[in-house]
Design a protein around this ligand. Structure first.
Ligand code: UFG
Length: 338
């Protein structure tokens, strides 16, 4: 069975390609290398013993994308990761985000339609819930107005997929709403490669621990949480990758054309910034200097997932102990710093 993975050399994409190949799927990666390295292809081969097919292509280029589909014969399903993902950048350059993320989504659906590929797994985000009124957040919780153009592109893409399914009854899709992905493959051959100063918490923590950054700024200790810092649901990237395989198998096996299902992909546990920092230092025996600073604008106070649906319907559960996740992140940081 052949799966086309857009953004398959990126952080979550590369881990998902590994899990797909481990499960015997043939993978075609489509990636324009805008936020990834070609060396990841060899690293995937080093982990799985198989080099996936690769096309250097921008999903927004519909004709080039169609070519990728036609070159590789019948594509049974697509997992769509390729998108920009920096919240702050999306505020500064919103049109680029709409053009790339929404434009790429439309281009992909058009090509899938003409090439007869009916199954799609979409990389969505818990950002669509904003600050939920009730926690944990379920898939039926109301969606809130997005805090950023980035968040808006995720909500818009979800809507576009739903409408495409209504128009072209043969499609089916699973929308996976990720919570906060962290960690790296246990082999330390693939992981997150942030460009410049990291926006996200864990890469900043590991870069501070390794001495690349002087200290971590903890954005606010005056939130309405037990220790005053924000709470998130941190999901191990390998567990998250496996959720894609479960979503794909369900779609292909049940062949529910016309169906669109949404799943929260998280652990179900909320962890605060100060907790993650202390756990990281304890798990790895390293010091991470930090200071408390003011709140970061646009931050949600607390969010974590109700995972009942993904556990019961997809038969998937986050499994990796938190300590191992934090150790994998540290192993990866040390490895890339040589
Ligand atoms: N934080 C710090 N210091 C830092 C970086 C982050 O204290 O240097 C805090 C943030 O204030 C927040 C928590 O760590 O409380 C997590 O922040 P991240 O930036 O790692 O993650 P977010 O929850 O803000 O955002 C992430 C992704 C978004 C996505 C969102 C919801 O970056 O792309 O989850 O899915 F939209």
């Amino acid at each position: 069975m052949k799966i086309l993975v857009t953004g398959g050399l990126g952080y979550i994409g590369s881990h998902t390609v590994v899990e797909l190949q481990n499960e015997g799927f043939d993978v075609v990666i489509v990636d324009n290398l805008s936020n990834s390295e070609i060396s990841v292809l060899d690293r995937i081969e080093a982990i799985t013993g198989k080099k996936p097919a690769f096309e250097n292509c921008d999903v927004c280029n519909t004709e080039a994308l169609r070519n990728c589909f036609e070159t590789h014969g019948k594509i049974d399903a697509v997992i769509h990761f390729a998108a920009y993902k920096a919240v702050g950048e999306s505020v500064e350059n919103s049109l680029n985000y709409y053009k790339n993320n929404v434009g790429g989504m439309i281009s992909l659906l058009e090509v899938m339609k003409t090439c007869g590929t009916e199954h799609l797994v979409f990389s969505s985000s818990c950002t669509v819930y904003g600050q939920p009124d009730v926690l944990p957040v379920t898939e039926l919780s109301p969606l809130k107005k997005a805090e950023s153009p980035y968040g808006n592109t995720k909500a818009m893409c979800e809507d576009i997929i739903r409408d495409a399914i209504i128009s072209y009854k043969s499609f089916s899709a699973n929308l996976l709403r990720y919570f906060n992905p962290i960690g790296a493959h246990p082999s330390a051959l693939i992981g997150e490669l942030p460009k410049g100063i990291p926006n996200n918490l864990l890469p900043f923590v590991t870069q501070t621990a390794v001495g690349l950054r002087k200290e971590l700024s903890v954005f606010g200790d005056d939130y309405n949480t037990p220790d005053g810092s924000c709470i998130r649901d941190y999901i191990y990237v390998v567990d998250l990758a496996k959720a894609h395989v479960c979503a794909l198998k369900r779609m292909i096996n049940i062949a529910q054309n016309g169906n669109c299902e949404v799943f929260n992909v998280g652990t179900g546990n909320g962890v605060s910034v100060l907790e993650i920092l202390n756990e990281f230092m304890k798990a790895n025996g390293v010091n991470v200097p930090y200071k408390i600073v003011g709140r970061r604008s646009g931050d949600i106070e607390k969010v974590w997932a109700d995972t009942t649906k993904v556990n019961e319907v997809l038969g998937w559960k986050a499994q990796t102990p938190f300590i191992e996740v934090l150790q994998s992140a540290w192993r990866w940081e040390k490895k890339i710093r040589g």
